[in-house]
Design a protein around this ligand. Structure first.
Ligand SMILES: [Zn+2]
Length: 419
């Protein structure tokens, strides 16, 4: 097959859509979403279905000890590490049809397309489904790719427990996905197609997001300690109101992020008030702070600003504050050659595209620590995800899959035609 014929190669959009809908029927929710929480029976059914499809497409399937599934299509050069497409099959408790599933099934559609066209690649092609990306049942999030990349140990991941005390290891064994394939095998290049989960592509009218990296994240737990006191007899000027002080800090988090426009993010999404009684001045408040920024230096400025704000609030509000860091994900810059392959794929297919920085974490961010990686975003309706109403257009799903096809082909080496 000639090079020009390859650039005209197209995935089968209807087949991709049908696979997405068939998978979405497993764990389907009344509002059109899915509930396939990791390592539940629904997750097992989704995995079993995808493994069937992998085998039907001729892929050699292996499962590693954290339950990551890989389907391998042999290359002409067995010594080369595979070019991998992947994402995740688990969902949020009220999740959508496309978050994660798209990246796995787009990879499968690439394989089916190569099979139909009789194209062999130099490097092997693999499709990966990473375990527990969502982290809603077991923390940490992105568990399978994190263990694969050595961000934490396998033992640590397997020992995590859910709210009922069930462990990852026991649940993997129960659903039949405690595999024995080696963990952390080499990857030549990794591509992850994903819905954007934000509004930028839709607002700017672009079909493809060329993802150049992901925001770094620093999460903090903040505790503000004042003094419980009766709401009636305690004069305003003598109060040590922890909630009033915390409210000021919520405003500060917003101000700190706005000062880091356009990519800085600051969110307080969780708060506990004690004693949480309408006629008691709150004595203790705990809340979360989620800072995101594309540069480590920016994240450091955000933390320093938070600590300064805490100092001011302590003096003015007669309270004590404690700031503890609980999560750190470094900013991620994807591999220049992989990003270029995505850009070339979008240009070859004639799709409008935009460079974008992912605000959310993805398996690709961990994989990028051990292999060249990049991501392809497509628009999703109103930027909504982690919601049953999450939606994406068939033409955008197809566009992203075609870009994936051409990016993978370019990295898997000159293609040959099957004899
Ligand atoms: Zn996802």
């Amino acid at each position: 097959m000639t090079v020009s014929a390859e650039t005209e190669l197209q995935i089968d959009a209807a087949r991709l859509w049908k696979s997405l809908m068939d998978l979405a029927a497993i764990g389907a929710t009344p509002l059109g979403g899915v509930r396939r929480i990791t390592l539940t029976d629904a997750d097992r059914q989704g995995r079993d279905r995808v493994v069937e499809w992998f085998k039907a497409a001729g892929l050699e399937v292996r499962v590693d000890p954290i339950g990551n599934i890989f389907g391998r299509r042999a290359g002409l050069d067995a010594s080369r590490p595979p070019v991998v497409a992947g994402s995740h099959l688990d969902s949020q408790p009220s999740g959508g049809k496309f978050d994660g599933a798209y990246g796995v099934l787009a990879g499968l559609e690439v394989v089916r397309t190569l099979n139909d066209a009789g194209i062999r690649t130099q490097a092997p092609i693999e499709v990966a489904a990473w375990t527990n990306e969502e982290g809603s049942r077991f923390t940490p999030v992105m568990m399978g790719s994190g263990a694969f990349a050595g961000a934490f140990s396998l033992e640590h991941a397997l020992s995590r427990t859910d709210i009922d005390g069930k462990s990852v290891g026991a649940e993997l064994a129960r659903i039949g996905y405690a595999g024995s394939a080696p963990l952390g095998t080499p990857i030549g290049a990794y591509f992850e197609a994903h819905i954007e989960q934000g509004p930028i592509l839709e607002e700017t009218g672009n079909a493809i997001g060329i993802v150049i990296g992901a925001l770094g994240q620093r999460w903090f737990d903040v505790t503000v300690t004042g003094m419980n006191a009766h709401a009636g007899p305690t004069p305003m000027n003598l109060r040590q109101d922890a909630l009033l002080a915390a409210s000021r800090l919520v405003g500060e988090v917003n101000r700190i992020a706005l000062a880091q426009a356009p990519h800085g993010r600051g969110t307080v999404g969780f708060m506990q008030v004690a004693p949480n009684s309408r006629n008691v001045i709150p004595g203790e408040v705990r809340f979360s702070v989620d800072f995101r920024h594309p540069e480590d230096a920016g994240l450091r400025v955000m933390e320093e600003s938070l600590r300064e704000a805490c100092g001011r609030v302590e003096r003015e509000g007669r309270v004590k504050t404690l700031v503890e860091e609980v999560v750190y994900f470094p900013p991620c810059r994807f591999d220049a050659a992989c990003v270029a392959a995505v850009r070339a794929g979008a240009q070859a297919a004639g799709h409008s595209s935009l460079e974008i920085v992912s605000g959310a974490g993805h398996d690709a961010v961990y994989v990028a620590g051990v292999a060249p990686a990049a991501m392809i975003f497509i628009p999703c309706k109103d930027g909504i995800s982690h919601n049953e109403i999450e939606d994406a257009k068939p033409e955008h799903l197809a566009a992203g899959c075609n870009v994936l096809l051409h990016a993978m082909l370019s990295r898997a080496g000159p293609a040959g035609h099957e004899a």
